[in-house]
Design a binder for this molecule. Sequence first.
Ligand SMILES: C[S@@+](CC[C@H](N)C(=O)[O-])C[C@H]1O[C@@H](n2cnc3c(N)ncnc32)[C@H](O)[C@@H]1O
Ligand SMILES: [Zn+2]
Length: 177
Amino acid sequence: MAKKKKPKSKSALLPDEECRSDWCEVRQSGIHGRGVFATKDIPNEKYIIEYVGEKITKEESDKRGWALFDKAQETGGAAVYIFTLDDDWDLDGDVPENAARLINHSCEPNCEAYIDGHSIWIAAIREIKSGEELYFNYGFDLENYKDHPCRCGTESCVGYIAGEDYWDELQALLEEE
Ligand SMILES: C[S@@+](CC[C@H](N)C(=O)[O-])C[C@H]1O[C@@H](n2cnc3c(N)ncnc32)[C@H](O)[C@@H]1O
Ligand SMILES: [Zn+2]
Protein backbone atom coordinates (compact mmCIF):
# COMPACT_ATOMS: atom_id res chain seq x y z
CA MET A 1 0.00 0.00 0.00
CA ALA A 2 1.30 3.45 -0.89
CA LYS A 3 2.43 5.48 2.06
CA LYS A 4 0.06 8.35 2.92
CA LYS A 5 1.62 11.75 2.29
CA LYS A 6 2.05 13.85 5.40
CA PRO A 7 -0.50 16.69 5.13
CA LYS A 8 1.04 20.07 4.48
CA SER A 9 1.05 22.26 7.55
CA LYS A 10 -0.45 25.76 7.53
CA SER A 11 3.07 27.15 7.74
CA ALA A 12 5.70 25.52 5.59
CA LEU A 13 8.34 27.02 7.85
CA LEU A 14 7.32 25.74 11.24
CA PRO A 15 5.16 22.63 10.91
CA ASP A 16 5.29 21.72 14.59
CA GLU A 17 3.94 24.89 16.09
CA GLU A 18 0.16 24.63 16.35
CA CYS A 19 -1.73 27.91 16.55
CA ARG A 20 -5.13 27.56 18.21
CA SER A 21 -6.68 30.32 16.16
CA ASP A 22 -7.83 30.58 12.56
CA TRP A 23 -6.62 34.16 12.44
CA CYS A 24 -2.89 33.55 12.74
CA GLU A 25 0.01 31.12 12.51
CA VAL A 26 3.60 30.82 13.71
CA ARG A 27 6.41 31.63 11.28
CA GLN A 28 10.00 32.72 11.39
CA SER A 29 10.18 36.44 12.26
CA GLY A 30 12.54 39.01 10.77
CA ILE A 31 12.79 40.64 14.21
CA HIS A 32 13.56 37.72 16.48
CA GLY A 33 13.18 33.94 16.33
CA ARG A 34 9.61 32.89 15.75
CA GLY A 35 6.67 35.26 15.56
CA VAL A 36 2.92 35.09 14.95
CA PHE A 37 1.45 36.27 11.63
CA ALA A 38 -2.06 37.08 10.43
CA THR A 39 -3.41 34.41 8.05
CA LYS A 40 -6.20 36.70 6.82
CA ASP A 41 -7.26 40.32 7.12
CA ILE A 42 -8.19 40.98 10.75
CA PRO A 43 -10.68 43.71 11.66
CA ASN A 44 -9.89 46.25 14.36
CA GLU A 45 -10.82 45.12 17.91
CA LYS A 46 -11.01 41.43 16.90
CA TYR A 47 -10.03 39.03 19.69
CA ILE A 48 -7.39 37.03 17.78
CA ILE A 49 -5.91 34.42 20.07
CA GLU A 50 -6.14 33.56 23.74
CA TYR A 51 -2.93 33.73 25.76
CA VAL A 52 -3.31 30.44 27.61
CA GLY A 53 -1.18 29.04 30.40
CA GLU A 54 -1.03 27.91 33.97
CA LYS A 55 -2.82 30.00 36.60
CA ILE A 56 -0.41 30.43 39.52
CA THR A 57 -0.38 32.22 42.88
CA LYS A 58 1.77 35.31 43.41
CA GLU A 59 4.07 33.24 45.64
CA GLU A 60 4.64 30.68 42.87
CA SER A 61 5.00 33.49 40.36
CA ASP A 62 7.76 35.12 42.46
CA LYS A 63 9.52 31.78 42.74
CA ARG A 64 9.42 31.28 38.95
CA GLY A 65 10.41 34.90 38.36
CA TRP A 66 13.54 34.52 40.51
CA ALA A 67 14.42 31.21 38.82
CA LEU A 68 14.22 32.99 35.45
CA PHE A 69 16.35 35.81 36.82
CA ASP A 70 19.03 33.30 37.92
CA LYS A 71 18.86 31.61 34.53
CA ALA A 72 19.29 34.95 32.78
CA GLN A 73 22.35 35.72 34.95
CA GLU A 74 23.90 32.40 33.95
CA THR A 75 22.96 32.24 30.29
CA GLY A 76 22.54 35.93 29.41
CA GLY A 77 18.85 35.57 28.59
CA ALA A 78 15.56 33.98 29.58
CA ALA A 79 12.16 34.77 28.12
CA VAL A 80 9.43 35.68 30.61
CA TYR A 81 5.87 34.62 29.88
CA ILE A 82 4.19 35.54 33.18
CA PHE A 83 1.20 37.89 33.01
CA THR A 84 -0.52 39.54 35.96
CA LEU A 85 -4.20 38.51 36.18
CA ASP A 86 -5.19 40.29 39.39
CA ASP A 87 -3.89 40.93 42.93
CA ASP A 88 -3.89 37.21 43.76
CA TRP A 89 -3.19 35.35 40.53
CA ASP A 90 -0.77 35.36 37.60
CA LEU A 91 -0.72 33.32 34.40
CA ASP A 92 2.44 31.55 33.26
CA GLY A 93 2.16 31.24 29.48
CA ASP A 94 5.27 29.11 29.10
CA VAL A 95 3.35 26.09 27.78
CA PRO A 96 3.76 24.65 24.26
CA GLU A 97 0.07 25.02 23.36
CA ASN A 98 0.34 28.79 23.92
CA ALA A 99 1.37 30.05 20.47
CA ALA A 100 0.54 33.60 21.65
CA ARG A 101 3.70 33.47 23.77
CA LEU A 102 5.64 33.81 20.50
CA ILE A 103 4.21 37.23 19.66
CA ASN A 104 7.05 39.71 19.47
CA HIS A 105 7.18 43.24 20.88
CA SER A 106 6.93 46.44 18.86
CA CYS A 107 7.04 50.13 19.75
CA GLU A 108 4.24 50.52 17.15
CA PRO A 109 2.10 47.48 17.93
CA ASN A 110 -0.99 46.32 16.07
CA CYS A 111 -2.37 44.33 19.03
CA GLU A 112 -2.90 44.66 22.75
CA ALA A 113 -3.29 42.08 25.51
CA TYR A 114 -6.65 42.34 27.31
CA ILE A 115 -7.51 40.71 30.59
CA ASP A 116 -11.08 39.43 30.53
CA GLY A 117 -11.84 37.92 33.94
CA HIS A 118 -9.20 35.25 34.32
CA SER A 119 -8.55 35.01 30.58
CA ILE A 120 -6.04 36.94 28.54
CA TRP A 121 -6.73 37.73 24.90
CA ILE A 122 -4.60 39.27 22.22
CA ALA A 123 -6.80 41.66 20.25
CA ALA A 124 -6.26 43.89 17.22
CA ILE A 125 -5.98 47.63 17.90
CA ARG A 126 -6.21 48.45 14.20
CA GLU A 127 -7.02 46.62 10.98
CA ILE A 128 -4.30 44.06 10.24
CA LYS A 129 -3.57 42.78 6.74
CA SER A 130 -3.07 39.09 5.99
CA GLY A 131 0.64 38.26 6.29
CA GLU A 132 1.48 41.04 8.78
CA GLU A 133 3.32 40.00 11.92
CA LEU A 134 1.36 40.53 15.14
CA TYR A 135 2.93 42.58 17.91
CA PHE A 136 1.99 44.00 21.25
CA ASN A 137 3.96 46.26 23.56
CA TYR A 138 5.36 44.09 26.36
CA GLY A 139 5.05 47.03 28.77
CA PHE A 140 8.39 46.31 30.46
CA ASP A 141 9.60 48.77 33.10
CA LEU A 142 13.13 50.16 32.90
CA GLU A 143 14.80 47.71 35.28
CA ASN A 144 17.60 46.11 33.23
CA TYR A 145 16.33 47.82 30.09
CA LYS A 146 19.79 47.46 28.51
CA ASP A 147 19.22 43.69 28.47
CA HIS A 148 16.25 44.20 26.14
CA PRO A 149 17.25 46.10 22.98
CA CYS A 150 14.34 46.52 20.59
CA ARG A 151 14.70 45.65 16.93
CA CYS A 152 11.13 46.43 15.85
CA GLY A 153 12.47 48.85 13.22
CA THR A 154 9.45 51.19 13.40
CA GLU A 155 9.70 54.99 13.25
CA SER A 156 8.61 55.18 16.89
CA CYS A 157 11.22 52.70 18.11
CA VAL A 158 12.76 53.86 21.39
CA GLY A 159 15.65 51.41 21.11
CA TYR A 160 14.66 49.21 24.04
CA ILE A 161 11.67 47.05 24.92
CA ALA A 162 9.77 49.34 27.31
CA GLY A 163 6.15 50.23 28.06
CA GLU A 164 4.98 53.59 26.68
CA ASP A 165 4.55 54.91 30.23
CA TYR A 166 8.33 54.72 30.60
CA TRP A 167 9.35 56.30 27.30
CA ASP A 168 9.98 59.83 28.64
CA GLU A 169 12.12 58.46 31.47
CA LEU A 170 13.98 56.24 29.02
CA GLN A 171 14.60 59.17 26.69
CA ALA A 172 16.07 61.15 29.60
CA LEU A 173 18.32 58.23 30.59
CA LEU A 174 19.56 57.84 27.02
CA GLU A 175 20.28 61.57 26.73
CA GLU A 176 22.31 61.47 29.96
CA GLU A 177 24.64 58.86 28.48
C1 LIG B 1 8.11 35.99 24.48
S1 LIG B 1 9.50 35.80 23.41
C2 LIG B 1 8.82 36.12 21.82
C3 LIG B 1 9.05 34.97 20.88
C4 LIG B 1 10.45 34.87 20.38
N1 LIG B 1 10.59 35.55 19.10
C5 LIG B 1 10.87 33.40 20.20
O1 LIG B 1 11.15 32.94 19.11
O2 LIG B 1 10.92 32.71 21.25
C6 LIG B 1 10.26 37.28 23.90
C7 LIG B 1 11.67 37.44 23.43
O3 LIG B 1 11.70 37.68 22.01
C8 LIG B 1 12.67 38.68 21.71
N2 LIG B 1 11.98 39.84 21.14
C9 LIG B 1 10.64 40.06 21.09
N3 LIG B 1 10.37 41.25 20.50
C10 LIG B 1 11.56 41.79 20.17
C11 LIG B 1 11.94 43.02 19.57
N4 LIG B 1 11.07 43.92 19.17
N5 LIG B 1 13.27 43.26 19.41
C12 LIG B 1 14.20 42.36 19.81
N6 LIG B 1 13.90 41.18 20.40
C13 LIG B 1 12.60 40.90 20.58
C14 LIG B 1 13.36 39.04 23.01
O4 LIG B 1 14.50 38.21 23.12
C15 LIG B 1 12.35 38.66 24.04
O5 LIG B 1 12.93 38.33 25.28
ZN1 LIG C 1 11.07 49.21 18.99
